[in-house]
Write a protein that binds this ligand. Structure first.
Ligand code: EPZ
Length: 417
């Protein structure tokens, strides 16, 4: 079985540039359907999820070509109305093709999306939002049909600041007629601002991303554009927590401190030294302090996608930390696997309580989602002895060449099958 094999205990030292952001690249790939002419995307990470996103464009009739981390896309064709079920089932974020496709075709059939097991992955907020924007919906057994021919209202308030729903609404409303539309209670993640910047680079008129209200003035069409995807803030945090766990001194040249202010503060509170005048440099001498409590939430709160690697970090801290996962109902699959490595983790009122141990021990562990897998790799890097992390297919969904990046800064990690 495919696995990563790690011999723990090596300090991590050196510098590198982090991959482009998966969670920015995916909605932007979907949004290229709105562009008349060619789009060139730079710094697109080569991942299983980006591969699926490009396959969805191809299945709709778009031309795409990847050259390294650049993707060339032309959607100047009559697009299909349905995304194939087997592609929708491969990736939860395939729902993000709904907005641009409905904007282009006025009617779309989508199958319920798949993705990692993070508890139920409903799409009710998406359905509610498109109904509120005037679309008719017809739910069938495993698919749902959207039809939209009416003018949207001047304002929509999201019941929850959903990242995917915010992105779907932005791509749905960017091209069209009529007056300004306000999105209230939107998600404020940095990836939302990256999507706004991409759309505006093609002639859209969107403002307010990152704040409590996004204002969209629909435009008649979007022209061809070239765009650089932002660096991946979650991959950055995964690598930084690995250095904090192993000890060492690493610079991530293109990391953006503003994207991860809250987690950086927690890394400093845990005892790491952070310098962010140029990229992000983390210096860690052995010894991690417990943080007492970590609570995930919508941006600018602590990101749920970094919860697993921070749980691993806390597993070798001096003291106890309560981990409250407020975004996904079950995102603790890494805890059982960390316990196989000697971590002391219990559950209290639905939260994980991590009591730090001196050092983890290598073991055979299984990733069940991409962030769980990355956390297990981080744990193996600092553990005593050999760790085998199975489930490489999950990790490859979100991390480009993770073993090469880690080897470059001194880790003993191999990909074996
Ligand atoms: C995006 O997922 C990210 N994925 C996730 O990253 C990230 O964890 C999440 O935002 C939160 O930051 C991409 O950007 C591709 P949500 P998304 O809609 O849009 C519930 C990773 O590890 N919900 O903000 O799906 C949902 O179940 C991935 O890179 C509904 O109930 O997140 C969750 O509990 C994992 N109904 C909460 O809202 C809906 O219709 C937040 O979801 C939609 C969501």
């Amino acid at each position: 079985m495919d696995r990563f094999e790690i011999i723990g205990g090596h300090k991590l030292e050196g510098r590198f540039s982090v991959q482009g952001a998966k969670n920015s690249c995916l909605p932007i790939i979907a949004a290229t359907m709105l562009v008349q002419g060619e789009t060139v995307l730079h710094n697109c990470p080569d991942l299983k999820d980006t591969e699926v996103a490009v396959s969805i464009l191809n299945s709709l009739g778009c031309y795409t070509e990847r050259q390294g981390n650049d993707i060339y896309i032309n959607s100047d064709v009559n697009l299909e109305n349905t995304i194939p079920e087997e592609l929708m089932s491969k990736m939860r974020s395939s729902i993000m093709f709904l907005g641009p496709l409905l904007s282009r075709n006025k009617c779309v059939r989508i199958y319920y999306p798949g993705g990692c097991k993070l508890g139920p992955r409903p799409i009710n907020y998406h359905i509610d939002a498109f109904r509120a924007l005037g679309a008719e919906t017809y739910e069938e057994e495993n698919s749902i049909f959207f039809k939209n021919f009416s003018a949207p209202p001047r304002e929509i308030t999201l019941e929850y600041p959903s990242v995917g729903v915010t992105e779907n609404i932005m791509t749905f409303l960017a091209v069209g007629q009529g007056d300004e539309i306000r999105i209230k209670n939107p998600a404020r993640e940095p990836e939302i601002l990256d999507l706004q910047n991409f759309l505006n680079s093609a002639g859209a008129k969107i403002k307010g991303a990152g704040n409590e209200e996004i204002i969209i003035k629909p435009v008649e069409k979007l022209h061809n554009t070239e765009y650089n995807i932002m660096p991946d803030r979650i991959a950055t945090l995964t690598y930084l927590t690995s250095v904090a766990m192993c000890g060492g001194d690493v610079i991530i040249d293109n990391a953006v401190p503003e994207h991860i202010r809250k987690p950086i503060k927690l890394l400093e509170k845990a005892g790491a030294e952070i310098r962010d005048s140029y990229g992000i440099r983390l210096i860690s001498h052995r010894g991690i302090k417990a943080l007492g409590k970590i609570e995930t939430g919508p941006y600018p709160d602590f990101p749920t996608d970094a919860q697993a690697c921070f749980s691993a970090l806390m597993s070798t801290s001096e003291g106890e930390t309560e981990i409250c996962e407020n975004v996904f109902s079950s995102r603790f699959s890494h805890c059982d696997e960390l316990k196989k490595m000697g971590a002391d983790i219990d559950f209290r009122d639905g939260n994980a309580v991590v009591k730090g141990v001196k050092r983890l021990k290598g073991a055979e562990v299984y990733a069940s989602d991409l962030r769980c897998g990355a956390a297990l790799i981080a744990a193996g890097l600092s553990a005593e002895g050999r760790t085998k992390v199975y489930g490489t297919e999950f990790i490859d969904r979100g991390y480009e060449n993770i073993e090469k990046v880690l080897r470059k800064i001194g880790a003993d990690i191999k990909r074996l099958s």
